[in-house]
Design a protein around this ligand. Structure first.
Ligand code: SAM
Length: 236
């Protein structure tokens, strides 16, 4: 009897997996309701990311308080579109607090993501350096983007004079001295991120994490029909 119900569960899990991998979000939500699983969280989209995880930590608590304070540093962006990606970056950065090595944010623009990581991890208490890498030239895959910040001083002013940050007015791929604990690349330029992955990965200490938020947009990596997501690399 127990053996049979285990088999049924496995079949149901497999079926869920198949439906999830091919269904558009509204169809998937309807499927959950039909199976009486409507009490689980429905899919929600945040810009180019989607999740069916419990959304409360995004809207309540430490992350939400900090995001309310700093999201307006970027006067051009809709904060709700970027809320989930910043949450993921902060979450993974937090996991790396005690991994040996420095932190890197590549692709800074107005600095929201870097500032969120800095504040969320209580960065000055970690005894590390936060490297901020951006040429501040507005580079995007389609040419020069008018909505990117071109003034590095705008970012520098967001931190106390003695904050443990180093600004690199440069492009990735870039080799930094020393070991790294956490890297997040949000350049919007898939080719630059693809070329950087082996360099940053090699520099990561065991337990370190690297995130590339546009790498998955490379057609060679992700089929066009699949929604983009973060690529997260764990160094073992
Ligand atoms: C989408 S914005 C970054 C947004 C930022 N992470 C935030 O929290 O608002 C992309 C930035 O990447 C920068 N960029 C473009 N190519 C780059 C490269 N190869 N290396 C570093 N930064 C780059 C652009 O200058 C731009 O400021």
């Amino acid at each position: 009897m127990r053996k049979g119900s285990g088999k049924l569960k496995r079949i149901k899990r497999k079926l869920s997996g198949i439906v999830r991998s091919v269904a558009p979000l509204p169809v998937w939500n309807a499927y959950l309701r039909a199976r009486g699983l409507g009490q689980l969280h429905p899919w929600r989209t945040f810009g180019y990311m989607a999740s069916r995880a419990d959304p409360r930590p995004l809207f309540e608590g430490r992350f939400a308080d900090l995001y309310a304070k700093y999201c307006s540093l970027d006067p051009t962006a809709d904060p709700e579109r970027a809320r989930y990606v910043h949450y993921c970056n902060c979450f993974f950065a937090f996991l790396c607090r005690y991994v040996p090595g420095d932190f890197v944010c590549a692709g800074v623009s107005y600095g929201v993501g870097a500032k969120m990581v800095f504040e969320f991890t209580d960065f000055p208490s970690l005894g590390k350096t936060l490297h901020l890498i951006d040429p501040f030239e507005g580079i995007s895959p389609g040419g020069i983007a008018e909505n990117y910040n071109r003034d590095p001083e705008y970012v520098r002013r967001q931190y106390p004079a003695d904050a443990p940050i180093v600004m690199h007015r440069a492009r990735i791929p870039l080799r930094l001295p020393g070991k790294l604990a956490f890297v997040v690349a949000t350049t919007g330029v898939p080719a630059a991120e693809e070329a950087s992955i082996p360099i940053f990965y090699e520099a990561l200490s065991p337990g370190g994490i690297m995130i590339s938020d546009r790498y998955l947009e490379l057609p060679s990596v992700t089929p066009l029909w699949m929604p983009s997501a973060l690529a997260v690399y764990f160094k073992q």
